[in-house]
Every structure is written in C-alpha cells, then in structure tokens.
Design a protein around this ligand. Structure first.
Ligand code: URP
Ligand code: ZN
Ligand code: ZN
Length: 470
C-alpha cells in the first residue's frame, strides 16, 4: 500500500518545511517538495490532503503503567484500552514498566509483560524493567534482558516495603547498568521519611487526599534527586530522573548538567497543568466533596502553581528533555475509594496517555515552547534517550511511518466522555483545547481517522531498543 500525505507542513525537532510525505512498506520512503515534479505520475493507493495541517512524528510515551498491580489493585487500562487511548491522542509508541516481583527474576517480569501486551497492543511498545530486588544473580541477569532489547531499568527511592531499593542496591545496579550500556531511571523521593510522616498525619486525623501532597514535600524530591545524581556521578553512569515536579529538584538537575554530567530528566503534563489545589477536592455536597481530590493523587504529588513556570523554563532550556505521561489510571469508583478515610491507601496515579499532545500544544499556542520543541519533547528526545532513534521519533526517509496529521484549528474537549481510557474521570474535565490529530499512522497503517479507531487489537509490535547511545 502506497500512501501520499500531500500539502502538509512537516515539523521535526529541528526543521519546519513544506513537503509531501510518501509512505510504503510501513516506512517513509520520500519527502518531496509539493512544487516539484519528481513523483508526478507515481501511483498511490491512498492520498490525504494535509493543507493547513502539520505532519509530525507520532508521540512516544516512555512512561506508562498498563495493567500494573499497584497499591492493592491494578491500573485499569490494559494494553488494548491504553494503546487505543494513546493512539487517539497521537501517541504511536509506548515504553511500559514491567514490574519485578520481590524475589522474582527479571525474565519472569518480562514474560508477564509480554503476555499482557501480545495480542492486545494496538501500537508498538517496549518495556523498561522496574527492578525491586537486585541480588547478585539478578545483576547478572540484567545482561540477558538488555540483549533482548530491554535497555533501561527504573529504580525506586520511594514506596518503602514494596518497590523501594536501598542505596547500596541502587549503586550496584548503576555500576552494572554502566557495564551493559543500560540507562537507569529513578523515582526520586526520600522513601524512608515517608512512613513516619504519614503515620503522624493519620494520627492527627489528617486523612483527606490533600494530605497525600502535604506529606510528600518538595524537599523529599529534591534531596532524592541530589542523591541520585551523586550516586550516578560516583558510578560514572548516566541517569534519567522520571516525573520531576518542582523547582528544587530541577535546580539539582540543572547544576549537574552545568557540570557536564549525563543527567537527564522528564516531567509530565500533570505537573505542568494541574496544581496541588486539585487534591483539596470539591466543596461539601458537590460531587465527591473533599474526596474528589483522590482523582489527583499521584507520586510525586502535584505542587503549588508557581512550580509550573520553573518547569516550562526547564523545558525551554533543555534541562528537562522529555514530557512523558506516567499514565497509571484508576477508577474513582471502586479503586481510588479504597483510600476513603486514609489518603495513604489511595492508589497512586492518574490517566494521562491520551491528553499529552493536546495539552502541550496549548503551550505552543501560548508561546511557551516552539512547534519544534513540542516534537522534540514528545517524540524525538524520548526516542534518542531510549534507543528507538532513528527508526522512530522523526519524519525522515527510512523511518517507520509513525505519523500524525495535526490540525492546529481543530478544537477538542478533554472531557471523560471523549476519552478512551477505562478511567471513570478525566483530570482535565471542562478544558477545551485547540489543536488535535485528524489522522494517526502506525508503521504506515492508518489507525485513527477523525476520532474513528481503525487499528486492530494486537497489531502492535514489541520494540527491541538499542543500548544508551547519547
Ligand atoms: O503515582 C504514580 N506515579 N504512580 C505510578 C507509579 C510511579 O511511581 O511511577
Ligand atoms: Zn515513579
Ligand atoms: Zn510511573
């Protein structure tokens, strides 16, 4: 099948240019100037007129939690609903976290995640391992999974008693990752302090969702970020800080990068567009009252609004390189409500996989970031950092035709009724944005056309990623 997207404006991380995009065999095979005649007469099976629209590389979301057991329940989107939602929002690849069971092997974790994704994923997917138990045998085993294209490991300084690793474990894993060319990602919050702070809050009767945010202050994140950087510097390896939320943690990253250290960081839309106030919920009698705030419980928590400007500046000056979603959806009914009367039992996470590009385009419209930077932080930089480039993350000859036709004038209401996640709410209810995809291609196959899903369950391929190459 040969497809031509004609008359569009191609946006890449570095360039903006008028081009016709030719797709064949799942790849981009040519970019030609619309005025040129070099392809006149070439037969095409499908032609799409993108006049007045942009052609961008499909979004790559390197931080998702699909079908993940967590906090006494399981995130509500599986690889089918999660990837359908992603595709509707213009994301054409995800890298999800395979969670190692305490005492389990890395291979077991990967096998479990392959079983979750195969036959369900509608777009291409890779895995990181979220490592929770790294004995010498597991450090040895890291080589095996890296060979299989799973080239990054997330470690947790938070969640004591479940996911948290101690500093020696973290350091040994960093050393091993350095030998293998793998990238260590870090959930940076001082986990050890959390349990006593939370116990004290609950004893004082502070049980509402807002106390989730108030018991995980900025200093906990800043300090763990600093410790991650110190350990990575000692080990002589790169590190990637996931879901960075606040000014002080960002300052630690900036300082490290200014010293030339290979420290990389991501933030998420919720930290750019929502504030801690959301956790205060609604007035009594309205909706779920103060418990409405449970919808916004995630870790690290949402912060006061003044952090937004710092994060936008970080994105502009490249101290923050990626915006990923940390999509970890739970329903308010039946899941979040496990924490009614005890904020510490509210499952952590929120739906985000579908709304990332819509929200970030608002930042383009407001002049906070350029269109090229939009493409870079949502697609090109994650592809480069996580071993998917140049196959994905760009509009270039030879690359997979994972493409989005983006209509900057199309309005879209981010209400739950328009979302494809199984979550029973949208964190962005009531927000209407301008700029939306009209066509989404995955390896040349048109999988979304004007809100209609055309892809097939199970068509997504597993992505073997290269080792860290920056
Ligand atoms: O609240 C969050 N972020 N849930 C997902 C797990 C994690 O720490 O990324
Ligand atoms: Zn995390
Ligand atoms: Zn996460």
């Amino acid at each position: 099948m040969r497809t031509l997207i004609k008359n569009g404006t191609v946006i890449t991380a570095s360039d903006t240019f008028a081009a016709d995009v030719w797709i064949e065999g799942g790849r981009v095979v040519a970019l030609t100037h619309p005025a040129g005649r070099d392809r006149a007469g070439v037969a095409v099976e499908r032609e799409i007129d993108a006049t007045g629209k942009y052609v961008i590389p499909g979004g790559i979301d390197v931080h998702t939690h699909l079908d993940m057991p967590f906090g006494g329940t399981t995130s509500i989107d599986d690889f089918e609903s999660g990837t359908v939602a992603a595709a509707h929002g213009g994301t054409t690849a995800v890298v999800d976290f395979a969670i190692q069971r305490k005492g389990g092997t890395l291979t077991e974790a990967l096998d479990a995640w392959h079983a979750k994704a195969e036959g369900k994923a509608t777009i291409d997917y890779g895995f990181h391992i979220a490592a929770t138990d790294l004995s010498p045998a597991r450090l040895e085993e890291m080589a095996k999974v890296v060979k299989e294209g799973v080239t990054s490991f997330k470690l947790f300084m938070a969640y004591p008693g479940s996911l948290m690793l101690d500093d020696e474990g973290i350091f040994r894993t960093m050393l091993r990752a350095g030998e293998l060319g793998a990238l260590i990602s870090m959930h940076a919050e001082v986990g050890l302090a959390m349990a006593p702070i939370i116990e004290r809050a609950l004893a004082e009767g502070k049980t509402a969702p807002i106390y989730h945010a108030l018991t995980r202050p900025e200093v906990a994140e800043a300090s763990a970020t600093e410790r991650t950087i110190a350990l990575a510097e000692l080990a002589g390896v790169p590190a990637y800080i996931v879901h960075l939320t606040c000014e002080r943690a960002l300052a630690r990253v900036r300082e490290a990068r200014d010293r030339g250290l290979p420290i990389h960081a991501e933030t998420c839309p919720q930290y750019l567009f929502l504030t801690e106030d959301a956790l205060r919920g609604k007035p009594p009698g309205e909706g779920d009252g103060e418990f409405d705030g449970a919808k916004y419980v995630c870790s690290p928590p949402l912060r006061p609004g003044y952090h937004h400007e710092h994060l936008w500046r970080g994105l502009r000056n490249h101290d923050l390189e990626v915006v990923a979603t940390d999509h970890c959806p739970f329903r308010q009914q039946g899941q979040k409500e496990m924490g009614r009367g005890n904020f510490a039992k509210i499952p952590n996470g929120m739906p985000s996989i579908e709304t990332r590009l819509y929200l970030l385009w608002e930042a383009v419209r407001e002049g906070r970031i350029s269109m090229n930077r939009f493409v870079e932080i949502t697609s090109t930089a994650p592809a480069k950092l996580f071993g998917l480039y140049p196959r994905k993350g760009n509009v270039s000859v030879g690359a997979d035709a994972d493409l989005v036709i983006w209509d900057p004038n199309r309005t879209y209401d981010l209400s739950q009724k328009n979302m494809h996640s199984r979550a029973d709410y949208s964190p962005y209810e009531g927000r209407t944005v301008s700029g939306a995809p009209t066509h989404v291609f995955s390896r040349g196959e048109l999988i979304v056309e004007n809100d209609r899903f055309l892809g097939k369950k199970g068509r997504g391929h597993f992505l073997r990623r290269a080792t860290f190459g920056l």
